[in-house]
Design a binder for this molecule. Sequence first.
Ligand code: ATP
Ligand code: MG
Length: 224
Amino acid sequence: GKWVSGSEMQVDHICFAYEEEMILKDVSLQVPFGKTIGLYGRSGCGKSTLLKLLMRFWDVEQGKILLGDVDVKKINTKALRQKQSYMTQETHLFHDTLFENIRIAKADATAEEVIAACKKAHIHEHICSLPKGYDTMASELGDSLSGGEKQRIGLARAFLHDAPLLFLDEPTSNLDSLNEAKILLALAQDEQKRSVVLVSHRASTMKLADTIINVEKGWKPCEQ
Ligand code: ATP
Ligand code: MG
């Protein structure tokens, strides 16, 4: 079969260990296209690991991850990454301007597209308030960028990439509730366009999810 955009993602009885200790034991779940799945559970239970397996940072030892009816092991990682936007738990900025730090998510993006993504992530105004705006070097900011500002830069990258699969790892942990609400609204607006896997400890963020999975209770959906 061929990977079709708009198809379901399926995790089918997977097992995974980094070293001896099994982190994921017989985990199964489905992400129907256009739906948002929320994952929560204590630190270290394997939430970020699952996102990384979905992106083939590593391959599963047992079981399968399928996009439509295609095993992700059969999709080359470059093609796979184009279908997947990923916002990591920690946003890293490299030695370049803020503009280029965001455009890294889509090499051929125009200035308009970068700005639109920043507006959606509610970081545009802050960038414009800096003396050099988008031309500010990340290194000039040093520690003056707050955790929430960095996180919104991470979100702007994910929005700019605009892939059919979106993986968000604690996207709102450093945001105040007003910014969180704005971001969640932006995400909800084009919900049907993509599937989202959302990892979060915050109940307010989990409201966005169609299905919430409690990782500690055997990766089962909870009643809502
Ligand atoms: P948190 O809520 O703190 O982000 P998490 O649920 O995302 O936690 P993971 O990052 O998936 O947890 O980690 C699951 C387990 O795997 C942890 O015990 C962690 O120490 C371990 N682990 C994570 N990454 C690696 C790695 N690259 N090599 C070895 N062990 C790892
Ligand atoms: Mg994590």
